[in-house]
Write a protein of this length. Structure first.
Length: 118
């Protein structure tokens, strides 16, 4: 089952690895204000939280964070939702394992971001 849920302490704890520190606070504010949506994905074998939003320029579905198991099971539902609406999908990824899984779902690397320390 995939269902939209409100931001909660449980979701915050589960998303800690995918959204460290201040980034998690920013995403929490986006979810609480309706800019982004939080999804709880569960079945008999898997459990995950997914944060998505629609970016307007260019218009695309953004997978902001995914934490948990079952990406190969739940991921296609999000991709099909976007495809049904003619939207491309962008995913934020820092974990190489997550990148490999997303590549299996036909996403590809389109950019590399380099940063300075604060």
């Amino acid at each position: 089952m995939i269902r939209q849920v409100s931001w909660s302490a449980q979701a915050s704890d589960r998303l800690a690895r995918a959204l460290p520190g201040a980034v998690r606070e920013l995403v929490a504010r986006e979810v609480m204000s309706g800019i982004a949506l939080l999804w709880e994905c569960t079945d008999q074998y898997h459990s995950a939280y997914v944060v998505t939003r629609i970016d307007p320029n260019p218009t695309e579905l953004v997978i902001v964070a995914y934490e948990g198991s079952g990406m190969m099971h739940f991921g296609p539902y999000f991709l099909q939702w976007a495809r049904d609406r003619g939207l491309p999908v962008r995913a934020h990824v820092t974990n190489p394992l997550v990148e490999r899984l997303l590549r299996r779902l036909k996403l590809y690397r389109s950019e590399v971001i380099l940063r300075t320390a604060a």
